[in-house]
Write a protein that binds this ligand. Structure first.
Ligand SMILES: Cc1cc2nc3c(=O)[nH]c(=O)nc-3n(C[C@H](O)[C@H](O)[C@H](O)COP(=O)(O)OP(=O)(O)OC[C@H]3O[C@@H](n4cnc5c(N)ncnc54)[C@H](O)[C@@H]3O)c2cc1C
Length: 309
């Protein structure tokens, strides 16, 4: 009988042939460590880079027909893959999905693959205010919306006007903000749809004041976060009425190290890669913290980062 590796390879070759015919860019056997901000993770079957909606729909239909596992990646800043990699296909939005433009008044149309950094630079150029608090979050617009990324008491959903999504069956839908539920690092579309594009509602502002706010937010981040090391930001969600970092510190876990992975000495809710950490070392530290805090506080720290199994 054909083993599962050969079976998946054969299905993938069928999909790849069709994708090439449709001019979709393919990277075969990519090392996920090159696509995550933690710089860890083994190989995937392939990364495919649809450049527009019709290519994206085609990709989904082909992958579903062949029953291949697939996932979407943004900038890989909130995920922990396995050292063994992922025996499936990763979709990374490219081409038109990385475009950004101003539409009516202070509305901004962004592809799901636009980096938050690009959005902020665009807002400065166009003298639009509202997105400054996102400075220093190394994600894409799609990844930020699906996690409802936030900081300094604000969340990205506050800026949202409408979305274009593609559901897992490959149907394209236009959705208004009110049709989606958002919460603390939660969006009701998680696992159900790809964010192809969004319209954000910013406000006219004064360019120098916008730049000043960005600088202030960035300096606060630099003071408190170990941005000099690869990480995925905060590992755990804050519990109700408290801070995960303070609990981790209170129980003496700050600085705990396994190989080249360490619970940051600067911010205890970050696990940093000191250089050469493996995904399993990071995973072990995460699970260790969860176990210790549960035993000592009778509280389960929920992960903010996503483990890719
Ligand atoms: C130094 C540092 C600081 C950080 N600070 C913050 C912070 O202050 N606040 C905060 O909230 N987060 C923070 N993060 C975490 C992370 O940057 C955010 O969660 C970010 O929004 C993830 O975006 P991404 O594009 O990298 O998503 P990825 O990590 O690539 O993916 C995360 C999830 O989103 C899904 N996804 C990605 N793109 C799409 C899409 N287009 N459509 C549907 N699903 C998609 C993926 O499948 C995956 O499930 C920080 C990370 C780092 C490294």
């Amino acid at each position: 009988m054909e083993d599962s590796y050969c079976h998946v390879q054969r299905k993938w070759q069928n999909v790849a042939r069709e994708l090439r015919r449709n001019q979709v860019e393919i990277i075969e056997n990519p090392l996920l460590a090159h696509y995550t901000t933690w710089k860890v993770g083994g190989k995937a079957l392939a990364i495919i880079k649809p450049a527009n909606l019709s290519q994206l729909v085609r990709c989904l239909r082909l992958l579903n027909e062949e029953e291949l596992s697939w996932r979407v990646i943004g900038n890989g800043s909130n995920i922990l893959p396995r050292d063994q990699g992922f025996n499936g296909v990763i979709i990374k939005l490219d081409g038109e999905f990385t475009g950004i433009k101003r539409s009516a008044s202070s509305f901004v149309e962004c592809g799901g693959g636009v980096l938050l950094k690009q959005l902020i630079n665009f807002s400065i150029r166009e003298s639009l205010t509202g997105s400054e608090f996102l400075v220093g979050i190394p994600g894409t617009v799609g990844g930020a919306i699906i996690n409802n990324a936030g900081c300094f008491g604000r969340e990205v959903a506050e800026l949202l006007d409408s979305l274009v999504i593609v559901n897992r069956d490959g149907e394209v839908l236009k959705v208004n903000r009110e049709e989606v539920d958002f919460g603390y690092r939660y969006c009701s579309l998680q696992g159900k749809a790809i964010i192809a594009g969004v319209v954000l509602n910013l406000s006219p502002g004064e360019r120098e004041a916008i730049k000043d706010r960005i600088r202030t937010y960035f300096l606060k981040r630099k003071e408190t976060q170990p941005i000099e090391f690869p990480s995925a930001g905060s590992v755990f969600k804050n519990p109700r009425n408290g801070y995960a970092a303070l609990l981790i510190e209170k129980h003496g876990l700050k600085g705990l190290r396994l190989g080249w992975a360490q619970i940051s000495r600067k911010h205890a809710n970050f696990v940093v890669n000191l250089g050469g950490a493996t995904a399993s070392q990071i995973r072990y530290l995460i699970e260790w913290v969860q176990k210790e805090i549960y035993l000592r506080e009778n509280l389960f720290l929920e992960r903010e980062v996503e483990l890719w199994d």
